[in-house]
Design a protein around this ligand. Sequence first.
Ligand code: ADP
Ligand code: MG
Length: 396
Amino acid sequence: MRTLRDLVLPGSTIALRCDLNVPLNAEGHITDDLRIVAALSTINALREAGSRIVILAHLGRPKGVIVPELSLAPVAERLSQLLKTPVGFSSDPANDHAVIVGLKDGDVVLLENTRFDPRETSKDPQQRLELARTWAAWADAYVSDGFGVVHREQASVTDLPTLVPNAAGLLVERECDVFSALLEGADRPYTVILGGSKVGDKLGVIESLLPKVDNLLIGGGMSYTFLLAMGLEIGDSISQPDLVKSVQGFLTQAGETGVNVMLPVDFVVADRFAPDAHTQIVDRDGIPADQMGLDIGPKTRERYSAVIAQSATIVWNGPMGVFEMEAFSGGTLAVAQAMAAAPGYTVIGGGDSAAAVRILDVDHLKFDHISTGGGASLEFLEGKKLPGLTVLEGSK
Ligand code: ADP
Ligand code: MG
C-alpha cells in the first residue's frame, strides 16, 4: 500500500476522502466529533507538505438527492475550529472547479455531501466512474483516509483512485496496522465482545472469528435471538426469529471447537421502550411475557468484566444495551470500564460503541485503539477483502 511518502505533495491538488459522518442532534449540532478529530493528522501533514486539499466526504444516507439537513456545512465549521484555520466549503458541485482553481498551497476546502449525487453510491460502475471523472479533472492525486467507508464500493472510495495516483492516509494506515495485526494473530487469551441491535449484521463475523478467539461475549439486542435458539422465552425483546437456526448451528460449532461463548445470564427488562419505563432485573429464564430486555444484568456484567480483566487482547463492537437511555446504559458502562482498567491490549470498533465511551464519560485514553470504522473494522477482522483498500494496491 502506498502512503503519503509516495506522492508528490508540494503544490499538488489532493482529493482527500475522509469519513466525517458524525452524529447530529435535532438542532443540527454535532454531538460527537471523534471522526473529525481523527481526520486531522492527515490534513495537517498535507498542509505542512504544501498541498492544496480538497476533502470529499458524506453525511448520512440522502440516497442521491439534496437533503439540506445532511449538508456538510456544520462539519466545515467544526473542522475549521479544530484546524485553527479557515476551511472553505463548496455547497454546489457546479462551482467546485472555480473554488478549487483558486486554492493556494496549504488551503483546505470541503465539498458538499458526495451522496447528494446518485452516482456516488450507484450499483452501475459506469455511473460511478462518470462522477469520479469530474473529480479527476482537478485532482493530481487521491488520498484514502476514510477508514469507515473502505468496505464500500462508491465513486469517491473505489473509482476515483483508479484514475489518479493514490495512497493511503495516516488514519487508514494506522487502522490497517491495528486490524492486520489482530487478523494475523492476537495475543491470547483473545476476547471479542459483540453487541448492538441485530444479530444479522454480525453473524458473519461471529462465524469467522470462532476459530480465532478464546472467548466470545454476547450482549445487546442480539442476545435475544441466542436465547430463542436455546429455547428460552424473551417476552417483547428485539429478535430475529428467522436466524434462530443459524444461531443454533453456530452454538453447536462453538461447543465442538471449545471456544468459550458467553451469553447473558440476567437482564434489565422494562415494560416500555422509554427512559422512564418501569424496570426490573430478571434471570434469563425469567423474562416476563409483557417485558422487553434492554440491558445486560449485574451478574452478567460481573462475569464479563472478569473475563476482560484476564484477557491479553480485547476487541469490542456494539453496545450491551440501549445505552442512549440512562436506565439501560449500565451494562455498556461496565464493559467500557472493565476494558479501560484491563491490562490487555484493547480495541473498540463500531460507531455506537465509540460514541458510548464518550457519552458515558469513560477516559478514551485508557483504550489502545478506538476505531473510526464499525462495519469496516468487522469486515477486516472477518478476513474479507475491502474494496477501498484493494484499489490502493492497484496499478496507479
Ligand atoms: P455498532 O454501531 O456499535 O456496531 P449497532 O449499530 O449494531 O452497534 O447497534 C447499536 C444500537 O443497538 C444502539 O442504538 C442500542 O440502543 C441498540 N441496542 C442495544 N441493545 C438493545 C436492546 N436490548 N434492544 C434494542 N436495541 C438495543
Ligand atoms: Mg451502529
